[in-house]
Design a protein around this ligand. Structure first.
Ligand code: G3I
Length: 343
């Protein structure tokens, strides 16, 4: 009887008893020490694949030292109805990280992607949406206080031309939504590192300039921001060189900010792939990994997925560091070589 009462109490306050992703002892033993690499080496992890695919789980546990929930912390999953939170998937992944000694990057607190209808179809006034935004950020960051080291607080706020992206948050609150989110996250966990995360900034252009301007403006306004994430979704045909990433990281360092490669994948076109495509892919990952290893303010490199099989870009694009069966590719060897600690 007592156990049922406790479980009911836990459920009532939104804490579900953790369903766990089972990590067999022989897999857990292969987990590298957190400081195995010069920088945290992360992967985006999907609950389904981690729970169902042994090769995926082995590759993740043995190869990486950081975990980013690929989808588990997005509003459509974690806040499906106004005021109703579902932490089950996020709890599973944060528990997996703790059991296997991984750092956690939380992702994303605020994004206009994968929002539930109650957000996108709401008839919001500024005060009301600001209150919903603050409550969401405080509830999610507060739950994982001390267990998530770095957060993507605001994800992809900019349009391709460097202007503001039209989203429900921007349209109702204006640019202020960014500051609201960062301050709420800092209130909920003052020790967490808070990042602005952006896509399409891995080459020179208006968006790359705009993300640096925005970050600098937030610093000037005393907003608690600690770094900028470069997603780096790229291809073997146009991947960023170390030199470019190094200049971006150095600019951020001069503003007292950190940097991270947060979602790297490097597609190989199924048709007409260049010769030595896997070696070229390895070079792409090596360039970014060396840029991070050589920049004191780079807080890590995360690959956006574990095995090619489950990549959002399609298995046929072969974008990740492990093949569909969880075997390491030349890309993984290039990353490890760049991030290896020189004994
Ligand atoms: O959960 C549903 C499932 O119930 C349904 O059966 C299935 C088939 O329709 O869809 C599932 O939802 C999918 C979701 O991933 C979870 O797997 C969505 O269709 C699919 O669109 C969604 O894709 C995610 C994508 O963001 C959405 O834009 C990718 O997995 C995820 O890797 C990707 O990640 C984003 C980062 O969070 C932010 N940066 C860009 C990056 C790529 O968009």
């Amino acid at each position: 009887m007592k156990r049922a009462v406790v479980l009911a109490a836990l459920l009532a306050v939104g804490c579900s008893e953790n369903s766990e992703i089972d990590v067999p002892r022989d897999i857990a033993r292969k987990a590298p020490a957190t400081d195995s690499y010069l920088r945290p080496l992360g992967a985006a992890v999907a609950t389904g694949a981690a729970g169902d695919d042994d090769g995926y789980l082995r590759a993740f546990v043995a190869g990486f030292t950081s975990l980013t929930p690929e989808n588990a912390m997005k509003w459509e999953v974690i806040h499906p109805e106004l005021g109703e939170f579902d932490f089950e998937q996020a709890d599973e992944l944060v528990a997996l990280a703790r059991r296997t000694g991984k750092r956690v990057r939380g992702h994303p607190l605020v994004w206009d992607g994968q929002l539930p209808d109650w957000v996108t179809e709401g008839d919001w006034g500024p005060r009301e949406l600001a209150a919903v935004l603050r409550r969401h950020v405080r509830a999610v960051v507060g739950r994982y206080r001390g267990r998530v080291e770095e957060w993507d607080v605001v994800n992809e706020p900019l349009a391709a031309d460097g202007g503001w992206k039209q989203s429900v948050f921007f349209n109702v609150l204006g640019p202020k939504y960014v500051e609201i989110a960062f301050r709420a996250a800092h209130d909920a966990d003052p020790d967490a590192h808070l990042f602005l995360n952006e896509i399409g900034t891995e080459h020179p252009g208006p968006k790359s300039e705009a993300v640096l301007r925005l970050a600098g403006e937030l610093v000037r306004r005393g907003v608690p921001i600690h770094g900028v994430g470069y997603e780096t979704h790229t291809t073997v045909l146009d991947f960023p060189r170390k030199r470019y990433l190094a200049t971006q990281f150095a600019t951020l360092a001069s503003a007292g900010l950190g940097a991270a490669v947060t979602e790297m994948d490097v597609t190989i076109p199924p048709e007409g792939a260049p010769p030595q495509a896997l070696a070229l892919q390895a070079r792409a990952y090596g360039e970014a990994a060396r840029a991070c290893a050589e920049a004191a303010n780079c807080t890590g490199l995360t690959v956006w997925g574990v095995t090619d099989e489950y990549s959002w870009r399609g298995a046929d694009q072969r974008p990740l560091a492990f093949d569909p069966d969880g075997r390491p590719k030349p890309a993984f060897a290039a990353i490890v070589q760049a991030l290896a600690r020189r004994r």
